[in-house]
Design a binder for this molecule. Structure first.
Ligand code: NDP
Length: 218
């Protein structure tokens, strides 16, 4: 089994609101969405050291988040898409065309198993959990969940769905699973991990203020 690390990617308000009526509470954050696309697509350079081509990254999401993506944009391009649903009971197909279809699994454990075994293992790049709340909650229970790439939205939005972990400098960031504490990493560490110079400080788009952050479990 290959070791596997899960990185959660989320945009959340100060009280960790992430969704409303099955969609995002905000609109028009084009640069924020472009950041999400770049970071989740970029292959980690570390995997290149053995001379092999980098693997394709994976995005894992819940069925409701998949449903919220307009059909013409899914599967999300340049990444292996894995979708969780309790109704996905069919046996896993080992070979899929990642450009046109998603892997359907019945649990997060099954998704991880899919990535760690068999023919996909050698090509696996980074693995991102991209929501929604139910899938974040399942992922945070696993010790493989090591990192959160948080876009901290500083403007207020009404939300009905929330990230199940409070990440803010003024609170104690425990996740309830007893599996550790979360600390904010520096801008340099964020740049190094993402492989780009991430815009620093408060950003503003469409009258919405936000900041790119990285948190790790210690
Ligand atoms: P999810 O996207 O987490 O999907 C939930 C569905 O996933 C369930 O109904 C079930 O599918 C399946 N599922 C959940 N847990 C499991 C499990 N343990 N095993 C197998 N299948 C499972 O839905 P949420 O309602 O929590 O989140 C959606 C909201 O979050 C939307 O508003 C969306 O826009 C928002 N969002 C926000 C993000 C952000 O960064 N701000 C990112 C992603 C989403 P089934 O019913 O088919 O069995």
């Amino acid at each position: 089994m290959l070791p596997l690390e899960l990185t959660l990617v989320v945009a959340a308000t100060r009280n960790m609101g992430i969704g409303r009526n099955g969609t995002l509470p905000w609109t028009g954050l084009k640069k924020e969405m472009a950041y999400f696309a770049r970071v989740t697509k970029r292959a980690p350079s570390l995997l290149n050291q053995d001379g092999n081509p980098p693997g394709m990254n994976t995005v894992i999401m819940g069925r409701k988040t998949w449903d919220s993506i307009p059909p013409k944009f899914r599967p999300l391009k340049g990444r292996l898409n894995i979708v969780l649903s309790r109704s996905h009971a069919e046996p896993l197909a080992k070979y899929i065309n990642a450009e046109t279809e998603a892997v359907k699994v019945g649990s997060l454990e099954q998704a991880i198993q899919y990535l760690q075994t068999g023919s996909t293992a050698a090509q696996t790049g980074r693995v991102f959990i991209i929501g929604g709340a139910q899938i974040y909650a399942a992922a945070l229970q696993l010790r493989e969940a090591k990192r959160v790439l948080l876009t901290s939205i500083m403007s207020d939005f009404e939300c009905d769905t929330f990230f199940p972990l409070q990440l803010s400098e003024t609170s104690t960031q425990t996740d309830g699973s007893g599996a550790g504490r979360w600390v904010r990493k520096s801008k340099e560490e964020l740049d190094q991990w993402t492989g780009e110079t991430v815009p620093d400080g408060i950003q503003e788009e469409n009258e919405t203020r936000y900041e790119f952050q990285m948190w790790e479990r210690v």
